[in-house]
Design a protein around this ligand. Structure first.
Ligand code: HDE
Length: 688
């Protein structure tokens, strides 16, 4: 293609634009015709009507008109990243899956994290379940482990899924609230579905407001099967554990972050990966046999139940590292089509009715979303291993079978006849199934409260307070008193303290009767420390962000020491000033700012340092956002490094005169960073 000189020209409308030339390619139509003018459509005369023969114009507008595809009916808001999975050991005693054969082998993966209820443009830190979907491009086909960051689910039978989602999404008449379960329809449904109570404990806990995708666990939720080459089957549950430990925000932070940065989670993942700080998770399995399943307290086919790790430990089998962002969000993150049905030889489903329903839904939904049966031809969905079949044609067919054979059996012989079945292919475990056709729930699914209680008693006092507060907040938005009471009647079956705390928060004077339970709540289930976030936090401050509030004249040496200590820990500093731009430090050097304080509340940081100069602190204290920065640091139990001058701001912000041990003199940079490893000074919460 001939390219003109790379020059800037002024068009007839006075606009300036660059011309192709050198390394700058020529703009073309879809079919490659070079475009000479992209500023003006073709018209009959300067002031005349546009001519229909302007193909370049029509093509451009036509394509624009069709840019949107239906957003996912659930999990619409999501963010993806590429990476690899590394196998730890040969698992051939358990599974024939090729991916688990060779220690050290790397398999390409694509991950998409998401919220469930909100639309595509909703905020990241909604109180919600997070999707944790992983596509493994294995040598024997794509394996999709489409999980969540919570190991149980709201319902036991897929037939209730549309009702659950309708109830959670904005109410159909008012079309609000967006990305929130704090409304009548959701709690009306939940309060009539006792099977959801265990999941409700999780979604009302801090698990539903993770600080970052990087700091959350993932779960396959259902029991699956591993099958080895001899056909021996074991049950398996999948777990992802973040290397950086668990961490969540507190609700008041979530509310502020959603205003300051609705893209908080995606920005966090983007920044971490782009800066080479690659997030990592370990994949673990709980493997068990029929005998274990028989004697376990609950039905292992019931997705509202877990198997506590203390009863059946999680065995690490590999790790996943995310190290590359998609080149294009739409092409990859939007068009990726996960399907629970995508398994590989050596992995099989269980009879969990929820999983069975999902296997129908995920294939079906792609047809609507991606518009035809050939969505696996899209590069993000295509397997990386060779594939051969006789499927052909349809919308957007990219690779049809070659040659004459497009059916089998055929008599063409050899390679001309095309692909053939293999004994090493997908195998279904021959589970004996017999029964009368019926629409009934197994009585082994009937206990709805015991594990909800177990979850609650496994939390620290701080986490229990958060669950109570979350329920009070959500139910305070519910207008119908009857729904609130129904919820309290369920909570009475979970834990009396919880029920009383929520009733008190809602101003319910007289406790209702406990809900009628199909089976009574068991009180003999042991606490499971693995269920608590605070008991499973990080042991370092790596991967975290410190917001450093500075002014002109801030001390360069203190900042230097802080920067060194943070770097040694693998943490990041972000500089916040009274205004945008930069500040001049005590040594005359210029410090570029990442944010101005009005756009960066302390809630977006994991810890803060407040280091104004003596001369400027009064000016700083006059800015409401700066006072708020200090006040919320205190209110959110954050660690803060501070200097003498900062006390002027603290007084204006209403902090107590007597600061606690969570506020650390900035001269001890190392001590400050070491304290930050516990993430928050919870003693302040307990003292309040
Ligand atoms: Fe999903 N779910 N789901 N789900 N789900 C979808 O598939 C569905 C369930 C999960 O990042 C949809 O491609 C049914 C449990 C994730 O692209 C849809 C039921 C778990 C994602 C669908 C469930 C999940 C989805 C919407 C009840 C955790 C996002 C668009 C039986 C183990 C994947 C799509 C991504 C997405 C159906 C319940 C996880 C409609 C019928 C349980 C992470 O097919």
């Amino acid at each position: 293609m001939s390219a003109k000189d790379n020059t800037t020209v002024t068009g007839s409308g006075g606009e300036t634009h660059q011309q192709a030339g050198g390394d700058v390619p020529a703009l073309t139509t879809q079919v490659g015709a070079p475009v000479s003018d992209d500023q003006n459509s073709l018209k009959a005369g300067r002031r005349g009507p546009t001519l229909i023969e302007d193909q370049a114009f029509r093509e451009k507008i036509f394509h624009f008109d069709h840019e949107r595809i239906p957003e996912r009916v659930v999990h619409a808001r999501g963010y993806g990243a590429h990476g690899y999975f590394e196998t730890y050991e040969d698992l051939s005693d358990l599974t024939a899956a090729d991916i688990f054969r060779r220690p050290g082998e790397k398999t390409e993966v694509f991950v998409r994290f998401s919220t469930v209820a909100g639309s595509k443009g909703s905020m990241d830190i909604a109180r919600d379940v997070r999707g944790f979907a992983v596509k493994f491009y294995t040598k024997e086909g794509n394996w999709d482990l489409v999980g969540n960051n919570i190991p149980v689910f709201f319902i036991q039978d897929a037939i209730k899924f549309p009702d659950l989602i309708h109830a959670a999404k904005p109410e159909p008449d008012s079309a609000f609230p967006q990305a929130q379960t704090a409304h009548d329809n959701f709690w009306d449904f939940i309060s009539l579905m006792p099977e959801s109570m265990h999941m409700i404990m999780w979604t009302m806990s801090d698990r539903a407001i993770p600080r970052s995708f990087r700091f959350m666990e993932g779960f396959g939720v259902h029991s699956f099967r591993f099958i080895n080459a001899e056909g021996k089957a074991s049950f398996v549950k999948f777990h992802w554990k973040p290397k950086l430990g668990l961490q969540s925000v507190i609700w008041d932070e979530a509310v502020r972050i959603n205003g300051a940065d609705p893209d908080f989670h995606r920005r966090d993942l983007w920044t971490a990966i782009q800066s080479g700080d690659f997030p990592e998770w370990e994949l673990g399995v709980q493997v068990f046999d029929d005998a274990f399943a028989e004697q376990f307290d609950f039905d292992i086919l019931d997705a509202t139940k877990i198997i506590p790790e203390e009863i059946l430990p999680v065995r690490p089998i590999g790790r996943m590292i995310l190290n590359r962002m998609p080149d294009n969000f739409f092409a990859e993150t939007e068009q990726v089509a996960f399907q629970t049905g995508n398994i590989v030889p050596g992995i099989d489903f269980s009879e969990d009715p929820l999983l069975q329903g999902r296997n129908f839904s995920y294939l079906d939904t792609q047809l609507k979303r991606l518009g035809g049966p050939n969505f696996n031809h899209i590069p993000i969905n295509a397997p990386r291993c060779p594939f051969h079949h006789f499927q052909q044609d349809g919308h957007m067919a990219m690779h049809n079978p070659r040659g004459r054979a497009n059916y089998e059996p055929n008599g063409w012989g050899g390679t001309a006849g095309g692909p053939r079945e293999t004994a090493a292919g997908l195998k279904t475990h021959p589970v004996p199934v017999e029964g009368t056709k019926l629409r009934e729930r197994s009585e082994t699914f009937a206990d709805h409260y015991s594990q909800a209680r177990q979850f609650y008693i496994s939390q620290t006092a701080v986490e229990q307070d958060h669950i109570t507060a979350a329920l009070v907040f959500e139910l305070s938005k519910v207008k119908m008193a009857e729904i609130r009471e129904r919820m309290v009647s369920h909570l009475l079956n979970i834990h009396e303290d919880l029920a009383k705390g929520v009733a008190e928060g809602l101003g319910i004077k007289e406790l209702p009767q406990p809900a009628v339970a199909a089976v009574p709540t068991r009180t003999d289930l042991a606490e499971s420390p693995a269920l608590s976030i605070l008991k499973n936090g990080p042991d370092s401050f790596a991967g975290r962000k410190i917001g450093v509030l500075v002014t002109d004249g801030s001390d360069a040496l203190t900042l230097n020491a802080l920067s060194k200590a943070a770097k040694a820990e693998g943490a990041m500093l972000m500089f916040v000033g009274p205004m945008a731009g930069s500040v001049t430090l005590s040594d005359g050097s210029d410090l570029p700012l990442d944010e101005m304080v009005a756009g960066a509340p302390s809630a977006i940081f994991d810890a803060v340092a407040i280091l104004p100069s003596k001369d400027q602190v009064k000016m700083l204290a006059r800015i409401p956002a700066a006072r708020d920065f200090a006040a919320t640091t205190w209110a959110h139990y954050k660690f803060a490094a501070y200097n003498e001058a900062a006390k002027v701001l603290f007084t204006e912000a209403g902090l107590p005169e007597e600061l606690d041990d969570g506020f650390i003199d900035a001269s001890d940079a190392k001590g400050f960073i070491a304290a930050c490893r516990t993430l928050r000074f919870w003693k302040r919460h307990m003292a309040a």
